[in-house]
Design a protein around this ligand. Sequence first.
Ligand SMILES: NC(=O)c1ccc[n+]([C@@H]2O[C@H](COP(=O)([O-])OP(=O)(O)OC[C@H]3O[C@@H](n4cnc5c(N)ncnc54)[C@H](O)[C@@H]3O)[C@@H](O)[C@H]2O)c1
Length: 273
Amino acid sequence: MSARFEGRVAIVTGAGQGIGRATALRLAAEGARVVVAEIVAEKADATVAAVEAAGGIALAVPTDVSREESIAAMVATTMATYGRLDVLHNNAAVQTAGDDDLVGLDHEMFMRRMEVNVGGTMLGCKHAVPAMRASGGGAIVNMASVSGLLGFDRNAAYGSSKAAIIGLTRYVATMYGADGIRCVAVAPGLVMTESIQEFPELRLAQYRAERVLPWAASLEEIAGLVAFLASDEGRSITGQTIVIDSGTSTHRPRHAMATWEAMLASDEADPMG
Ligand SMILES: NC(=O)c1ccc[n+]([C@@H]2O[C@H](COP(=O)([O-])OP(=O)(O)OC[C@H]3O[C@@H](n4cnc5c(N)ncnc54)[C@H](O)[C@@H]3O)[C@@H](O)[C@H]2O)c1
């Protein structure tokens, strides 16, 4: 693999599993020294072990992105250990469990999504910018979702938090572009990570029906997009949210309804399968 990140240093938050882990592995495979910032220390250690097993360099820094002192320590440890910061992937999030009907939504649950997803992303940007300035520039890749672009019959807390991240991305890009600091977001559709495996099969079949392509993006594809945006190949892209959703957000609802009805009518295609 090419070494687009040779000599560079990256922080990936929530890198203990799923997309964050895949991104940490990808950036390290391309030469970056990677700080694995994760709230569960054992998961951070496991990702570091996986990076090292693949011949890469990584450091576990247990981090709670919702606490400013923890984010400040994450960046300070990175600078003390590796002397620079080139890439921050703000990936950690609280996802959709329990985030159903708005009328029944607990205010605390709503605010926790705001605190971790939006607040954590804001704090990451706040503390990364001075370190990136000292490094001569950098790239921040925030994790949004198609849930931040479209309405849905549930997940108002999660979706609103992702919409706020899309807005924040534009502001950070505008404020620090002159410093050579870029800020972009990626917005995946459903990706089959550990936390999604628990979704009921009926719901997964509905997600499948919403896609235009007959496949979902893999974790490695999302990691590949993050790496492209963070690399010099993405050097003129900033403030944008790049959607990677197999066409979920490209069409009118009728497309999904027709696909769903065809699945139900077909003898061969089991909508539950
Ligand atoms: N999986 C999907 O379908 C999908 C789709 C669109 C967007 N996303 C977004 O991609 C990102 C990663 O998704 P995933 O499915 O890999 O997530 P995941 O839930 O599998 O993993 C998230 C990781 O973040 C860690 N984490 C949680 N709170 C934290 C905190 N306060 N501080 C530090 N770490 C914390 C968790 O321990 C976990 O290791 C999230 O931002 C998610 O919203 C996921």
